[in-house]
Write a protein that binds this ligand. Structure first.
Ligand code: NAD
Length: 348
């Protein structure tokens, strides 16, 4: 039994990663396409064998409710459109997989969770790192205290962008700049590997005056998160540097480093651990997977076996609450406490 997916939005992520990944899935398959471009729809449908009757525009999107081959609607649109398409999608009675960041604001996330609950459909946020083997291994090392208690985390996700007209540089469509787009990986991965929630954050934000890329959204955000037990995570994200994406955890008896931590592939994981006063270094050989396929098969499994997803809507909401606190701190110059009260129970 393979669960049928309608992919909404045929941009880079859908065309280069998600649709090809669906062909490799064990429990998921491509069932329908939604796009604003009839030419693109026709071309992609032909390439992947989707029937013309399973191709929809944004106007006919709601007709997905009448397509019995579609079980899941996967929203891969600009962030500012996620809420509208999740709300309309929930009304079709199909389950919803929504790209990250879940929305533009925490208030929007709450509406999306409520709409899916009212419709009785499952909602998952596409946090592919939860299904990436190196990051999962790191979670295991931390939670089993292989390197003693975790003391400090250093996480960074930076890249450059060049087109000020792209939706990622428009506040209404992107919600923010580097933080919700790529900094979110540092934030969500830290919560994922620690299995803990930050109690306080402090942020520092900057945008170069006069740079048209950053008139509406931030160029850089640097922030700290404090966790119980005195664990501090030092995170950074930038939209105007050469690519750099790493994750590093320092424990009492050693460290673990993942290079390319949030990339689609090419993760390299190393470990340093103490033997007396000597540090032994080890490269961990962990086979790669297709994160997108693993993520979709996880959601399909939740649907087939009626289970709660691991990456819940509440998980996405919590990230937005924390990001809003980081922005507030950057604005006021003061640390901001977090006590969201969100129910963060997950599926297995
Ligand atoms: P993209 O710009 O390549 O594609 C966006 C698509 O939305 C395009 O096909 C565009 O035509 C369509 N669209 C519909 N209405 C639009 C409007 N009003 N303005 C602009 N575009 C409109 O973007 P993308 O990189 O594919 O990102 C899509 C979503 O996926 C975003 O939420 C992004 O954060 C997320 N994403 C996730 C990952 C990941 O690794 N999980 C990676 C990249 C992007």
């Amino acid at each position: 039994q393979r669960v049928g997916y309608a992919v909404v939005g045929l941009g880079h992520l859908s065309l280069e990663e998600i649709i090809p990944a669906l062909a490799t899935c064990k429990k998921s398959k491509l069932a329908a396409l939604v796009s604003g471009s009839p030419e693109k729809l026709k071309k992609v449908a032909l390439q992947y064998g989707v029937k013309p009757s399973s191709c929809y525009s944004y106007q006919t999107y709601d007709d997905l409710k009448n397509n019995p081959e579609v079980d899941v609607i996967y929203i891969v649109l600009p962030n500012g459109l996620h809420k509208e398409y999740v709300l309309r999608g929930a009304k079709t009675g199909k389950h919803i997989l929504c790209e990250k960041p879940m929305a533009n604001t925490a208030a929007e996330c709450r509406e999306m969770i409520a709409a899916c609950n009212t419709a009785g459909v499952k909602l998952m946020v596409a946090y592919r790192i939860h299904y990436q083997p190196h990051n999962r291994k790191l979670r295991e090392i931390i939670q089993q205290k292989e390197l003693g208690n975790t003391k400090f985390i250093d996480a960074s996700n930076c890249q450059s962008s060049a087109n000020p007209d792209h939706w990622r540089h428009k506040k209404a469509l992107a919600g923010g700049g580097a933080l919700p787009d790529i900094g979110l990986y540092c934030l969500n991965t830290t919560r994922f590997v620690l299995g803990m929630e930050p109690t306080e954050v402090f942020g520092y934000q900057y945008s170069t005056p006069g740079n048209p890329l950053f008139t509406e959204v931030e160029e850089v955000m640097s922030w700290q998160m404090k966790f119980d037990g005195g664990i501090i995570a030092n995170c950074s994200t930038h939209y105007n540097t050469h690519d750099s994406r790493y994750y590093r955890v320092l424990g009492e008896k050693g460290w673990v480093h993942i290079e390319n931590a949030y990339a689609y592939k090419g993760q390299q994981m190393s470990k340093g651990y103490a033997e007396g006063k000597i540090t032994n270094r080890q490269t961990l050989q962990i086979p790669e997977n297709n994160q997108f396929a693993a993520e979709m098969d996880h959601f399909s499994d939740c649907i087939i076996n009626n289970k709660k997803p691991f990456s819940t809507g509440e998980d996405g909401l919590q990230d937005h609450i924390i990001m809003e606190a980081i922005y507030e701190s950057a604005k006021t110059g003061r640390p901001v406490k977090i006590n969201s009260g969100v129910n963060l129970s997950r599926g297995p």
